[in-house]
Design a protein around this ligand. Structure first.
Ligand code: FAD
Length: 393
């Protein structure tokens, strides 16, 4: 099977490699959302067309015509070089494509550029107590009063709410409609009076997500994406972008390469970790699954190029990708033995504790964006056409 993309694309790849070689040292090693270095790198990537490549120029993007193979080469090359491919938060990966789909011209002009440049950080107000997997049961509501919505209720597990400038939020606007039909999609600044953010500490040790409370929060009437009561459609489109992002096989490849390097570098009694047969077998199993995930990605790629649906291939990405990442990070910790148990503040710590951090974080991501069980239900019902899960009366 010939997997090369042809001479024109290989020239594009060579140009990109040269860029990474020349400028890669300017990339931040850790993504700190507000750091000048992070923002400068994002700007440089947009200018060269390696971030926001197909976003129209009038919205701040690079304005190149959509080309799935170029997008693929960009993802592959940054992963190969282990260099940051730029910002990838909820605003950029989830909200911008949703705005391009459903936003009005005024909304696109207002939000896309600052979001793409990392000047406007977003959080996602979907989940509530008792409305996680069953998201359509959400109870936070908005009542129209003249030219404003008045929002009351509570969200939970809101990642980056403490850092965010704005929230995209699901609210119930039609209390008497069937539950999927009474939801609307609102945008508002986190500085609006009546919003209270309370941090929740995760097992990583950071307060990276939060509870958010709304008391009589006033939101201008035109802050809605899509039609009133039509938010479920907008919300689901956005969830599709979220699932694609959460299992990204190129990120997995980047971590796999880092793991191989770690296992070659570290030794126990003079033997490299990679030469330990038990660890090596685990590494090979992960490599096999990773190659399967990348082959699945090629199915998505060729479906995209041929403009044919690839529903099942799309659905497995989040489920398999997040579980595989968790396994991969776990192997690094096990391979490091007693050093693997260290997390912060020790001179013996390897790679600044990132293996431990990712291990715990990816356990969370098996849940976030739709749990593994729910992904399996969706794959069974919508992907494989199996009978629907019986609903409790
Ligand atoms: C790291 C992380 C980040 C997150 N970030 C955000 C965010 O930024 N914004 C946001 O809005 N939300 C966020 N979430 C919330 C996340 O989307 C929800 O946790 C998730 O949808 C699950 O909902 P729940 O926690 O209410 O669990 P529940 O729905 O109560 O589920 C509990 C358990 O029951 C299982 N279960 C439930 N229903 C079924 C079923 N029908 N069949 C089989 N099993 C079932 C679930 O799989 C799970 O194991 C985040 C979560 C995590 C972990």
């Amino acid at each position: 099977m010939d997997l090369s993309f042809g001479p024109a694309y290989e020239a594009f790849r060579a140009q990109l490699r040269a860029f990474i070689e020349q400028h890669g040292h300017e990339a931040p090693e850790r993504v700190d959302l507000r750091a000048p270095r992070t923002l400068a790198w994002q700007q440089e990537l947009i200018e060269h067309g390696y971030a926001g490549r197909t976003i129209p120029r009038e919205y701040g993007g690079h304005g190149a015509p959509p080309d799935i193979l170029e997008a693929r080469i960009i993802a592959e090359e940054f992963a190969r070089a282990q260099v940051s491919p730029g910002l990838a938060g909820q605003g950029i990966k989830m909200l911008i494509p949703t705005l391009l789909h459903f936003g009005s011209e005024a909304q696109r002009r207002q939000f896309i550029r600052p979001t793409l440049y990392g000047e406007m950080i977003w959080c996602q107000g979907y989940s509530e107590p008792n409305a996680g997997s069953d998201l359509a049961s959400l109870r936070t509501h908005a009542v129209l009063e003249g030219d404003h919505w008045r929002v009351n209720g509570q969200k939970i597990w809101t990642s980056t709410a403490h850092l965010a400038d704005w929230m995209f939020c699901l609210v119930r606007t039609e209390p008497d409609a069937p539950k999927h039909q009474g939801i609307s999609f609102l945008l508002f600044p986190m500085s609006t009076p009546g919003i209270e953010v309370r941090p929740l500490t995760t097992m990583v040790g950071d307060a990276s997500f939060n509870e958010v409370f709304f008391t009589d929060v006033r939101v201008p009437r035109d802050s809605m994406i899509g039609q009133r009561g039509d938010g479920w459609k907008v919300a689901n489109t956005l969830l599709g972008f979220e699932r694609g992002m959460l299992g990204d096989p190129n990120n997995t490849l980047m971590r796999f390469n880092a793991l191989v390097e770690l296992m070659k570098r570290e030794t126990v009694d003079g033997t490299r970790l990679i030469d330990n047969p038990l660890l090596r077998e685990r590494l090979m199993k992960i490599q096999g699954r990773m190659l399967a995930l990348r082959a699945n990605d090629l199915r998505l790629l060729s479906a995209g190029v041929n403009d044919t649906p690839a529903r099942l291939a799309g659905l497995v990405v989040k489920l398999v990708g997040t579980e595989l990442r968790h396994e991969l990070e776990a192997l690094a910790i096990d391979a490091l033995g007693e050093i693997g148990a260290l997390y912060r503040g020790s001179p013996l710590l390897r790679d600044d504790g990132m293996w431990q951090q990712h291990y715990m974080y990816f356990l969370g991501l098996i849940i976030g964006g739709g749990t593994a069980q729910i992904q399996k239900n969706i794959i069974a019902e919508r992907g494989l056409g199996m009978p629907r899960e019986p609903k409790l009366a």
